[in-house]
Design a protein around this ligand. Structure first.
Ligand code: CP
Length: 312
């Protein structure tokens, strides 16, 4: 087995990891599923995942909790800041410090860019970025590319469309950085006001074949092997009138599916609002719930690799 480069490491940006690291993690994710539950349950026995979520979450928090439980560990944390001493004015720094005293690995979600990097300065336990502002969501990207790899059996050579809110969607940035380690064609599809922030990807523009589009044209649909759909991030819009103008602009439905390659894979980090019609949920192309399920498996592998030099 390749060397574990995740041990005791902070997971703040996907940029800190490369294709070798992804291969290692995918391998551990697959292997951990083959362990007998008793053996799997020994991996994190006596260890604790601590977390604080300053923003709403369903999948990230619950999949991490479920992942930790599946390897025998426990989780504790703040899922609702209203029930914590943050409401008495306690600082982010003191909150992170306190959680790190009670746990072996710390998971944070916060609306500010840079919040996870800052948490690393405070915590002497490894920190996992569970979503920082509109900057990054690295473990989401890890499970996104794992899903693509599981379904397509490769990543190199694929044409991948990323559609929706490319300006504020933090999963988009982590995904593009992750994909920059592979030979892929990336098609970015968004209205002008939600275009990718060029300044956030300037350092990888020469590494990846990337194209911008406003329309999801038939010609483009014909090329795509994967389409990664994102929610318009209402909560990050400075002006809700602008949000109202573009909400519901792109909806992936049966009509779009009929014009696509028959084996197109549809991914979405979730939650969705109206950008994917539930009528396609039962098609073999709809991978978003499988993707969410892979999230638990991949995060179990990640936690095992952060907590032990030899995960099992
Ligand atoms: N994909 C994702 O981060 O979902 P949650 O916001 O529900 O955690």
């Amino acid at each position: 087995m390749a060397k574990n480069k995740f041990f005791n490491r902070n997971v703040v940006s996907i940029r800190d990891f490369n294709s070798e690291d992804f291969s290692y993690l995918f391998d551990i994710t697959d292997k951990i599923q083959t362990l007998k539950s008793k053996e799997r349950g020994e991996i994190a026995k006596g260890l604790i995942l601590g977390y604080v979520f300053y923003e709403y979450s369903t999948r990230t928090r619950l999949s991490f909790e479920s992942a930790m439980a599946s390897i025998g560990g426990r989780s504790l944390g703040i899922s609702d800041v209203d029930s914590s001493s943050i409401m008495k004015g306690e600082s982010y720094a003191d909150t992170v410090k306190t959680i790190s005293l009670y746990s072996d690995v710390v998971l944070v979600r916060h609306p500010s860019d840079g919040s996870s990097r800052y948490a690393c300065e405070i915590s002497d336990k490894p920190v996992i970025n569970g979503g920082s502002g509109s900057e990054e969501h690295p473990t989401q990207a890890m499970l996104d590319i794992y899903t693509i790899f599981k379904e397509k059996k490769k990543i190199d050579g694929l044409s991948i469309g990323i559609i929706g809110d490319l300006k504020y969607g933090r999963t988009v940035y982590s995904l593009i950085y992750a994909l920059s380690n592979f030979k892929v064609n990336i098609h970015l599809i968004s209205p002008e006001i939600l275009k990718i922030r060029d300044e956030s990807i300037y350092d990888i523009t020469n590494k990846v074949d990337m194209h911008n589009h406003v329309e999801l044209s038939d010609e483009l649909l014909n090329k795509l092997d994967v389409i990664y759909v994102t929610r318009i991030q209402r909560e990050r819009f400075p002006d809700l009138q602008e949000y109202n103008k573009i909400q519901g602009l792109y909806t992936i439905d049966e009509k779009i599916l009929a014009k696509s390659k028959s084996d197109i894979s549809i991914l979405h980090p979730l939650p969705r609002v109206d950008e994917i019609s539930p009528s396609i949920d039962s098609t073999p192309n709809a991978l978003y719930f499988k993707q969410a399920s892979y999230g638990k498996e991949l995060r179990a592998a990640l936690l095992s690799s952060l907590l032990h030099e030899e995960p099992f």
